[in-house]
Design a binder for this molecule. Structure first.
Ligand code: PLP
Length: 359
């Protein structure tokens, strides 16, 4: 069977060595004698996995003990609700930068809990460009400023960060740990794990510790970041397998993948191959995103018409390049090339694109 390259936007490709290790340990976790999936979350091994995964994460991000990493459930979408639930409320407001479907959804949820000030919306331009962050009218009294660092559906990604005094919050579901970044600029970083960090079922929330004391004290422990932090993400039975696999992913990033700088270089190279194939196709492929905002993670492009798009998807699949169809709301093609997509997958897809355009 030919090699399959999985370009799914999420859940997404995982490194083979991570899957191999998980398989090897699946029935008998080292030192346990049975599967980690059968283990008590109050037991030594699981408690250790949680503590070590938190440590590895903060270390990869270059964050010290001013931060906590929490492993929660409900997906990134739950964070659209949980963040305003904790930090908004009557008489309070927050700034949001609307750059796509995921921020629109967050804005809709935020409005349930307090005032929402939309600083920018890319909607009229079909979300093909990001704002100039220096020109936005930030509210000095906002409880937080909300952004999405990589817009998975529209294929845009920031290359800069807003300079705000209030806590900066970023939905990093689709580009967390894909490049070096000054993570200390953020109050909260969150991500559903299923794009760049492991399987679905666990949501990472990295939160600056001083914010824990600003959480709404009326909330039940399960929904309060303070409550979750005090219980080391174990208010109730946590997503053990997801956190275990995230730990393996972090080992892979720090080890085999060569650390964040090497990961970043490879991601630039991979995206360069695909944008090169688009830009070198004499207009057969078109990327709707303005050049400076193009994502290194989700490469979106169109073909001249629907028939050619459908044929492209079909022939690509037959050649081993699967899950390339664009999001149902935008159509076209989307190649998601998270950390675990090898350079070779992008080289081969770029070659396929050139051959298809010629044909
Ligand atoms: C996939 C995605 C989400 C939704 O994640 P769930 O875990 O399914 O809730 C939110 N934000 C971004 C940027 C995403 O890519």
């Amino acid at each position: 069977m030919a090699t399959i390259y999985n370009f799914n936007p999420g859940p997404a490709v995982l490194p083979k060595s991570v899957l191999d290790r998980a398989q090897k340990e699946f029935q008998n976790y080292p030192g346990l004698g049975y599967s980690i999936m059968e283990a008590s979350h109050r037991g030594k091994q699981v408690v250790q996995i949680f503590a070590e995964t938190e440590k590895k994460l903060l270390s990869l991000m270059g964050l010290g003990d001013q931060y906590r990493a929490l492993f929660l459930q409900g997906g990134a979408t739950m964070q659209f609700i949980q963040i305003p639930m904790n930090f908004l409320g009557a008489g309070k407001k927050a700034d949001y930068i609307d750059t796509g479907m995921w921020t629109s959804k967050a804005i809709k949820e935020g409005k349930r809990y307090g005032g929402v000030n939309v600083l920018f919306s890319g909607k009229d331009a079909n979300y093909t460009a990001l704002p100039d962050l220096k020109k936005l009218a930030y509210s000095p009294d906002a409880a937080y400023t909300w952004m999405c660092s990589n817009n998975t559906i529209f294929g845009t990604q920031y290359r800069e960060l807003p300079d705000v005094k209030n806590p900066l919050i970023s939905d990093m579901s689709s580009d967390i740990l894909s490049k070096r970044l000054d993570f200390g600029r953020f109050g909260i970083i969150f991500a559903g794990a299923q794009k760049n960090l492991g399987p679905s079922g666990v949501t990472l929330v990295v939160i600056r510790k001083d914010l824990l004391d600003r959480c709404n004290p009326e909330l039940p422990e399960l929904l309060s970041y303070k409550g979750q932090a005090e219980n080391d993400s174990m208010v109730n039975t946590p997503p053990v397998f997801g956190v275990y696999l995230m730990g393996l992913m972090l080992d892979w990033i720090a080890g085999e993948a060569g650390g964040l700088a090497a990961v970043e270089k490879r991601n630039e190279q991979k995206a360069g191959l695909l944008y090169g194939a688009i830009d070198g196709s004499q207009g057969f492929y078109k990327c709707p995103v303005v050049a400076k905002d193009r994502s290194l993670m989700n490469i979106v492009f169109t073909l001249p018409d629907e028939d050619k798009t459908a044929l492209f998807v079909k022939e690509a699949e037959a050649a081993g390049f699967v899950n390339l169809k664009g999001h149902r709301s935008v159509g076209g093609i989307r190649a998601s090339i998270y950390n675990a997509m090898p350079v070779e997958g992008c080289e081969k897809l770029a070659a396929f694109m050139a051959a298809f355009a010629k044909r």
